[in-house]
Write a protein that binds this ligand. Sequence first.
Ligand SMILES: [Zn+2]
Length: 146
Amino acid sequence: MRSVEAVPCAVLDVPRDLSACVNQLCVKEWQQLWNQCTSNKLYSVQPVVGHSVSSSLGRYDSVLINRLRIGHTRLTNSYLLKGESQPVCEACHSPLTVKHFLVDCTRYSAARQRYFGVDTLEDVFENVASRNIIAYVTDIGFYNRI
Ligand SMILES: [Zn+2]
């Protein structure tokens, strides 16, 4: 009987290689299914599957980033469960949405420039570090309301 140490490395890598190959096939299938869901509003938030929030974030911060990505936060959507009217921005009285306070509202433009200088939601989530988004929502006082 051979010991594990006597088995060549190439033999030991077969399961790892097979696992990587299966993972690639699953992601490819998942992406093809996702590409057919263009009417789903989440598609515009994350068109590429398999992309995850940085693992360096704490649990709450990861949840917060995911809530912002899908555009559903307590701050902007709890009115639906409470049967209330949609909240409005205190500064400009526009409907309060994630897009509004992350990209559109002029009240927060100075803070946005400090943490990220992008103009679209896609840019925010594709090109801005999650810690900067967290710092921004903390700065504007929304961290504990998301
Ligand atoms: Zn506003």
